[in-house]
Structures are given as C-alpha cells and as structure tokens.
Design a protein around this ligand. Structure first.
Ligand code: SAM
Ligand code: DTB
Ligand code: SF4
Length: 332
C-alpha cells in the first residue's frame, strides 16, 4: 500500500539522486484517503509543530501588462481581464503595506511583480524595498520573474530571504499553458536563486485540466530539486474571466487535499503553503489541508490581483482549529 519510504539519510544529505519517481507519487495519490492523510500527518509531526501555521502576506508591487502568456494569469497583457496596468509602487506604499501585514501577525512579506524578468533599474528599486522591509524584522520574499546571471546575488545582498518562482505544472503539460517560454527557463532561474544562497519558494497550480499523473509529475519535479524548496506554494487555479482557463472545470476538493498530502510526504521539511484558491474553499476543506500537512497560508485580504479570505475570517478559522501563527524569525 505504501509508496517507497523516504530515505532519511538521503533527505539529510540532500543528494541529487532522484528521491521520488512519478510512479511512487502516483501510488501515493491512489492510497485510500484516510491512510494517505494519516501518513502525511505523521510525517508532518516528525518535522513541525502540527498546530503552527506560517503567515505570508503578498503585495503586488507592479501590476498587469506582463508580456508573457501564462494561460492562468490575469496579469498578461494578452488577455482581457480588466486588470489595470500599474507601474512600480513607491517605497512608502510598500512599507505601509508591510507594516500593516506585520501588525496583523504576518512574518513574511512577498513582493510580486508582473515582469517577464526585472531590468537592472528594477533590481535597484526592489533592492531598496527589500532592505526597508527586512529592517522591519520581517522575512522577505520576491517574485519578479526570470532572473539573469548576477541578479539573484544582488537581491541576496539587499537582504532577500526567499525567491518565489513556480514550476507551475508537469513538464509535459507546461507548453499547453504557456507559450512564451519553456519550463527549462524556470529551472534555470531556480538554479541562479540557489546559486546565490537564497531560500527557494517553488510550487505550482492544480485545477488547470491536468491529469492526476501530471499532478504527480509536478510534485516529483519539486521533490527531486536538490535540495527541495524550503517553501512549496500549492495554488488551486483561480479561474479568472478573460484568461484562457476561465472555464476550466474545478478540481475535486479532495483531490486538492491529496495533492497537499503528497507534497508533505515527499518534501517533509518544507513549508507547504495553501495558496491561491482559498477564498473558494470551505473551512472544512482548509482544515483537511492542514491535517494533510499544509503549514503556511497567504494571509491578507488580497493575493496579487484576486481575492483572499479576509484577515478577520482567517483569525476566526485559526481560532476554531487552535492553530497558532509561527513566531517571527529572531534574526530577521
Ligand atoms: N511574473 C512572475 C512569475 O510568473 O514568476 C511572478 C508573479 S506570478 C503572478 C506568480 C505565480 O502566481 C505564478 O507562477 C502562478 O503559480 C501563480 N498564479 C498566477 N495566476 C494564478 C491564478 N489565476 N490561479 C492560481 N495561481 C496563479
Ligand atoms: C504563488 O505561488 N502564488 C501567489 C504567489 N506565489 C506570488 C500568487 C497567486 C496569484 C493568484 C492570482 C492573482 O491574485 O493575480
Ligand atoms: Fe506574467 Fe508571471 Fe502572470 Fe506569467 S504568471 S503572465 S510571467 S505575471
């Protein structure tokens, strides 16, 4: 019934050998639900306080007008989604948003920009934002698109802790969703991020019409990164009118929970983040996701351009479940 046990020594030394085959993860997906969740929760308890959740707040520092054509994204210039293009946000507004997020209990602040990749001038301006946010005592994360040689080092020097760059979907499905770049470009950026010593935040989206085997392939690709990402955002597609995926059939919520469980089992020490799509999820499904090993959320009334549960609603949910926010990192 069980897929191959994770070799703990392998995890510790973070060897580059394939840790998880797609087939082994497909076998996990096919496990009876109760067995799968029990296993995921057991792995979770070996590595984390099961009643703690890490809170990350997102801010779109540069919105819309992106030249890429990612079929899920409301910010592509190619789709008519009603998202207004906005230039880079001024520093004082970024800082005000970070202070508000911190006051609400968030420990990580993630700045997102709708770029194919940043130019040197963009890096300089974002570096100033990163320094200022870190000086507040928050962990910093940025998601700015593809990076060129040397850019990750500059972001790291400014005090960046995490860089978010998702693989988004299975290698054999990627080209059906995105036509303006290859998934290998994403892997190249992730290599630069690792090379600069930054922590990696990398996950994907489910509910885009992929098969279960393709969901397993995405998880396998993430789990076999060496080392695997410190943060793994699992997004449930927000089907935005005007995007090519506007009419995608919603994923069965229990399949979403299974995806979370597979991420937890295969990446035991990662923060697995319940990401986009939470507004459309019942409290009961979110509770199952926490049981399956999710231990992080995007926290704040907005994601980048779409909605997220209100802070007060999340505080009520955390109260009902007895979940405590993770403490801020002492050396931030
Ligand atoms: N432009 C940068 C990039 O693509 O890496 C950074 C911002 S981009 C919006 C960050 C991530 O948001 C994407 O990789 C994707 O996983 C997620 N995302 C975008 N639109 C989404 C949607 N409608 N539903 C779920 N996730 C979405
Ligand atoms: C991630 O994996 N999900 C976040 C964050 N990383 C940048 C973004 C979700 C965006 C959802 C669509 C929107 O709000 O525009
Ligand atoms: Fe641009 Fe990122 Fe949206 Fe793709 S996901 S269209 S790169 S903002």
């Amino acid at each position: 019934m069980n897929a191959p046990i994770v070799d703990e020594a392998d995890t510790l030394t973070r060897r580059s050998a394939v840790r998880w085959t797609q087939e082994a993860i497909e076998a996990l997906f096919a496990t009876p639900f109760n067995d799968l969740i029990h296993r995921a929760q057991s792995v979770h308890r070996e590595h984390f306080d099961p009643n703690e959740v890490q809170l990350s707040t997102l801010l779109s520092i540069k919105t819309g007008g992106c030249p890429e054509d990612c079929g899920y994204c409301p910010q592509s210039v190619r789709f008519n989604t009603g998202v207004a293009d906005q230039g880079l946000m001024p520093l004082d507004q970024v800082l005000a948003a970070a202070r508000a997020a911190q006051a609400n209990g968030a420990t990580r602040f993630c700045m997102g920009a709708a770029w194919r990749g940043p130019k040197q001038r963009d890096i300089d301006q974002v570096a100033t934002m990163i320094k200022a946010v870190r000086d507040l005592g928050m962990e910093t994360c940025a998601t700015l698109g593809m990076l060129k040689d040397g850019q990750a080092e500059q972001l790291s020097a400014a005090g960046l802790d995490y860089y978010n760059h998702n693989l988004d979907t299975a290698p054999d499905f990627y080209n059906e969703i995105v036509h303006t770049r290859e998934q290998q470009d994403r892997l190249d950026t992730l290599g630069r991020v690792r090379g600069a010593g930054l922590s990696v935040c990398c996950g994907g989206i489910v509910g885009m019409g992929e098969t279960r085997a393709q969901r397993a392939a995405l998880i396998a690709q993430l789990a076999n990164l060496s080392p695997y990402p410190e943060s793994v955002p699992i997004n449930n597609l927000v089907a935005v009118p005007g995007t090519p995926l506007a009419d995608a059939a919603a994923l069965d919520p229990l399949e979403f929970v299974r995806t979370i469980a597979c991420a937890r089992i295969t990446m035991p020490r990662a923060r697995v983040r319940l990401s986009a799509g939470r507004s459309e999820m019942s409290e009961a499904v979110q509770a199952l996701c926490f049981l399956a090993g999710a231990n992080s959320i995007f926290y704040g009334d907005k994601l980048l351009t779409t909605g997220n549960p209100e802070v007060e609603r999340d505080q009520v949910l955390m109260g009902k479940l007895g979940l405590r926010p993770a403490a801020p990192i002492p050396n931030a």
